[in-house]
Write a protein that binds this ligand. Structure first.
Ligand code: NDP
Length: 318
């Protein structure tokens, strides 16, 4: 009988990935906190890894026969893809299958932040409508806003398309302008923040995007400004954001992502003008199932055909 290929799943993973990998491969699953506690023999036979965005260089180097790292998620900042590439190891992610879900969530978060719907529902549930009367009018409205997108990639474009029927103005900043859209391109983040009153961040975590949303950018956004982050928390200086929300430098913010998840800065909990979600932008059963299938299909295709479906740009060409 032919020996099965060994795949490592370090730490937690979506059950559908575990089920499907278990059917086709010899699966080694380790626990969070002791992800790389493996025998010499196990290290030697592992040829692929399925991970939820955690595969640093020193883990990669412990696996001499590794060929492929399949990441669950489109953001793969926790996987050292450059180091993997230098060793000829492929990295795949899960682009596109989550675009619609994340864009839908962004619109929901934007409206919740501006119109305070979660706060209004709490008001009703606490019996305050009957006792105290109508919920206070929201000072902010989406009407007549000018939205600036920081990032206009796969997900950013879906957000922009959804914003069009809301009749807002749309501008964007990326390093290179797209030639297939009519939205206004702004060549710097600071210029974008100056020209809009609503900023939506949907960029990856990279050294270049680290804490680029700072006090200067928030000041430029101004006192009626709304900041929404569905990209990565590392793009934001959270001390600066806390201060800006407290002092009225901007009006409100909505966050799905944080700098050091799942830790949320203590000061955030006291801010009435901050709407927060626990990183759920893609977190529906159907979308996570699609992401799970893409993780598994990349691994299966690699060993069947020598090709993968969705390699990241760092991955070496075959
Ligand atoms: P894409 O790679 O398709 O798009 C990334 C966009 O960011 C591009 O428009 C790119 O343009 C821009 N960008 C990258 N670096 C910079 C920079 N330094 N300055 C300005 N713009 C920059 O990615 P996706 O749209 O698929 O996903 C974006 C990110 O969203 C993911 O990397 C992930 O971290 C996050 N995400 C969060 C989710 C959540 O649950 N909250 C779910 C899914 C994704 P250019 O290269 O021209 O600069």
């Amino acid at each position: 009988t032919e020996e099965k290929i060994t795949v490592l799943v370090p730490g937690g993973m979506h059950p559908r990935v575990l089920k499907r990998l278990g059917e086709a491969f010899d699966l080694i699953q380790t626990r969070a906190g002791s992800e790389m506690e493996l025998s010499e023999e196990q290290r030697g036979r592992i040829r692929a890894v399925a991970t939820g965005n955690q595969m640093p260089a020193d883990w990669i180097d412990q696996l001499p026969n590794l060929e492929l790292i399949a990441n669950f998620g489109v953001g793969y900042d926790g996987v050292d893809a450059k180091h993997a590439a230098s060793r000829g190891i492929l990295v795949t992610n899960t682009p596109d299958v989550l675009n619609d879900e994340v864009a839908d969530t962004t619109i929901g978060l934007l409206l919740n932040t501006i119109r305070r719907f979660p706060v209004a529902e709490t008001y009703l549930r606490e019996g305050r409508w009957e006792k105290e009367g109508s919920f206070p009018l929201t000072p902010l409205s989406l009407k007549n806003r000018h939205v600036g997108l920081l990032g206009l990639g796969r997900i950013g474009l879906e957000i922009a398309k959804r914003l069009e029927p809301f009749k807002v103005k749309i501008s964007y900043h990326t390093r290179s302008p797209r030639n297939d859209v009519a939205y206004t391109y702004v060549p710097s983040l600071l210029e974008l923040a100056k020209s809009v009153d609503t900023l939506i961040s949907i960029i990856p975590a990279t050294p270049q995007t680290h804490k680029i949303i700072n006090s200067q950018v928030l000041q430029a956004l101004g006192p009626s400004g709304v900041f929404i982050n569905v990209g990565r928390g590392t793009s934001v200086d959270e001390d600066d954001l806390l201060e800006a929300l407290k002092s009225g430098t901007i009006a409100a913010a909505g966050l799905d992502v944080f700098y050091d998840e799942p830790r949320v800065p203590a000061g955030f909990f006291d801010l009435p003008n901050l709407c927060m979600l626990p990183h759920v932008a893609s977190a529906s059963v159907p979308t996570r199932d699609d992401m799970a299938d893409l993780v598994v299909d990349n691994i299966i295709d690699w060993f069947k055909t020598g090709r993968v479906l969705t390699p990241v740009p760092e991955t070496p060409p075959k």
